[in-house]
Design a binder for this molecule. Structure first.
Ligand code: PEP
Ligand code: MN
Length: 338
């Protein structure tokens, strides 16, 4: 971190600041210039808050050199993390993982049918929400524990590991027991108590990007989980809110190379929530694979027109299969496999 002090800062103020940083375990490289005194802080500055430091009236400017995240930072962990989800590896040079399934679990038979269909099409995991974060309190809220039992049954039938969203730490034990990849939804990306709770287990966590989160805020949420002891984090871009109305959200595909440069964590794309429109899901999926994503999570429903949530963005199983077949060719073109 580089701190520039104002012209004419009294010497006692410079000394006071120096001892303040030294007492925090940092070393100081002091360069007194003609107009400014510049402090280079050497050491772990991740606990410092630049805006609080800048509140000192003698400070002209504070500039962070190192990112505020450490555990997620590729600088301190150059090799890709590969996350093992019940035997399915995500990240690194492993195969690109396709996850398919309904937005919400709607019943045992419908879920088991979709599970078989997505498996036949090439999916390696099954998704399905049992506890749903809905904008309206009158909308379908999910089947709750009954839905979790359906996921267990579908896993028994197909062998596919299951992904489901955890909305409250109250249900943590239920999820640890029954869910292979615990999803933290976009709306909970900064629910810090929930992040701390999933940080205390070692089940893999799928951390979705918040609706209006910057990439750094998203990585800091991953850092929360990791700092509490769970290194098994997979990031998921699901579109961000912009002024655009032709899509539900705007898919920010640039995050794929950025996340890979800044962190060592796997990144997967959710083209369903990112577009809100089944007609756009295939092209965005192919683009995501071409961009280097480690996986795709896609909503699939046998009768999207009757779905209890997110029917407009759900693919029928045959369309999902066509998508996976095309994605396989794109993967080969960039030296990966599905
Ligand atoms: C979902 O996966 O169904 C979901 C609600 O996702 P998001 O948190 O990305 O909106
Ligand atoms: Mn959904």
């Amino acid at each position: 971190m580089i701190i520039t002090l104002k012209k004419n800062t009294p010497k006692e103020e410079v000394d006071k600041l120096a001892s303040q940083f030294e007492s925090q375990g940092l070393r100081i490289n002091l360069s007194p210039g003609e107009n400014y005194v510049v402090f280079g802080l050497i050491g772990d500055t991740s606990r410092l808050d630049d805006r609080t430091i800048a509140a000192n009236k003698w400070i002209e400017n504070v500039q962070r050199i190192a990112a505020p995240y450490k555990l997620a930072n590729r600088m301190f962990h150059p090799e890709d993390s590969v996350i093992d989800v019940a035997g399915i590896k995500v990240g690194g040079n492993e195969k690109i993982v396709i996850i398919g399934g309904p937005c919400s679990v709607e019943g045992d038979e419908p879920l088991c049918n979709i599970a078989k269909e997505v498996k036949d099409a090439g999916a390696k995991m099954l998704r399905g929400g049992a506890y749903k974060p809905r904008t309206s309190p009158y909308a379908f809220q999910g089947m709750g524990y009954e839905g979790i039992k359906c996921l267990n049954h579908a896993r028994d039938l197909t062998g596919l590991p299951v992904v489901s969203e955890l909305m409250s730490a109250d249900k943590l034990d239920e999820f640890v027991e029954n869910v292979d990849l615990i999803q933290i939804g976009a709306r909970n990306m900064q629910n810090f108590d929930l992040l701390k709770a999933v940080g205390k287990i070692n089940k893999p966590v799928l951390l979705k990007r918040g609706l209006s989160a910057t990439i750094e805020e998203w990585i800091m949420s991953a850092e929360y989980i990791m700092a509490n002891g769970n290194p098994n984090v997979i990031l998921c871009e699901r579109g961000i809110r912009t002024f655009e109305k032709y899509t539900r959200n705007t898919l920010d595909l640039s995050v794929v190379p950025i996340i890979k440069e800044k962190t060592h964590l796997p990144i997967i794309i959710d083209p369903s929530h990112a577009t809100g429109d089944w007609k756009l899901v295939e092209s965005m999926s192919l683009a995501a694979v071409a961009a280097g994503a480690d996986g795709l999570i896609i909503e699939v429903h046998d009768h999207p027109e009757c779905a209890l949530s997110d029917g407009a963005q759900s693919l029928k199983p045959e369309k999902f299969k066509t998508l996976v077949d095309k994605a396989r060719k794109v993967a080969l073109a960039i030296g990966r496999e599905i």
